[in-house]
Write a protein that binds this ligand. Structure first.
Ligand SMILES: C[S@@+](CC[C@H](N)C(=O)[O-])C[C@H]1O[C@@H](n2cnc3c(N)ncnc32)[C@H](O)[C@@H]1O
Length: 248
């Protein structure tokens, strides 16, 4: 237990002191196709004309790089470092610091998106609060789009993923391990090892994220309880379970 608490304190270096690695390890070009899929789904399902978009958990703005071509975008994230990257990449987007669980803006939007940041909701209460944030910031007839990167049903315990990217003289190999230490709770661990080579000279960094794991039916139940009319839809080429919530 003591070790886990220590690790929790050290988590998410990816969005703080290692934030400079983000444009290298997760290139913006990789987001163009999925972002266009999001745009098409929103335009197809909305009952109103979609001109404004709120992106919760926008991170470094790699999705917004495409979204801004189709919508007037506002982005919210909890990490100042990630927002710094986003502002540099998308100066025309309105970026704000905030927590998706309790955000209260004055404006309402035609569409709300949460992509790869909703995994940071660690229990049903926070997932529901986040859905409520999306609902409260939508105009009637507008749509909310999100997806469950991992569900209890799809999760592969102790799986390992490796990527290598290079930018200029810097090459980063990232090794990620997904681990469900306690299958009865709603958490899993994502542990990272970074092999960073600058002009061939190696530095090794580590990082640790705790993420939420729910069954598919929990996602559906909470979205409906929030008030959305839900369309179930697989997202992207990986067929990730996704949801379009319409605010009637
Ligand atoms: C994988 S990154 C998103 C990257 C993003 N898709 C991009 O295009 O760069 C996940 C993001 O979720 C943010 N996040 C985590 N918990 C949050 C919360 N409660 N409210 C807002 N943002 C949160 C993190 O700060 C991080 O920037």
């Amino acid at each position: 237990m003591a070790t886990r608490l220590k690790q929790e304190k050290e988590q998410r270096r990816m969005y703080s002191e290692l934030v400079w690695t983000w444009p290298i390890i997760s290139p913006k070009e990789d987001y163009i196709k999925p972002a266009k899929e999001f745009v098409a789904m929103i335009k197809d399902s909305s009952l109103i004309k979609t001109k404004t978009l709120l992106h919760l958990g926008c991170g470094g703005g790699h999705f917004d790089y495409t979204f801004k071509k189709y919508f007037k975008v506002s982005g919210v994230d909890i990490s100042p470092g990630m927002l710094g990257l986003a502002r540099k990449l998308n100066p025309e987007v309105n970026y704000l610091i905030g927590d998706m669980r309790n955000l209260k803006l004055r404006n309402e939007f035609d569409a709300v998106i949460i992509a790869d940041s909703i995994s940071y909701m660690l229990n049903e209460r926070d997932l529901q609060k986040t859905f409520k944030t999306a609902f409260n910031h939508l105009k009637p007839g507008g749509v909310f789009a999100t997806y469950a990167e991992e569900t209890k049903e799809r999760f592969k315990h102790n799986s390992i993923y490796t990527t290598t990217h290079k930018q200029g003289n810097t090459e980063i190999t990232l090794i990620e391990n997904l681990y469900d230490a306690i299958p009865d709770d709603t958490l899993f661990e994502s542990a990272f090892v970074y092999l960073i080579r600058k002009k061939g000279s190696l530095t090794i960094e580590t990082d640790y994220h705790i993420l939420g794991l729910f069954s598919y039916n929990v996602w559906l139940k909470l979205l409906r309880k929030t008030g959305f009319k839900v369309i179930e839809k697989d997202f992207f080429k990986e067929k990730i379970p996704g949801f379009i919530g319409i605010k009637l």
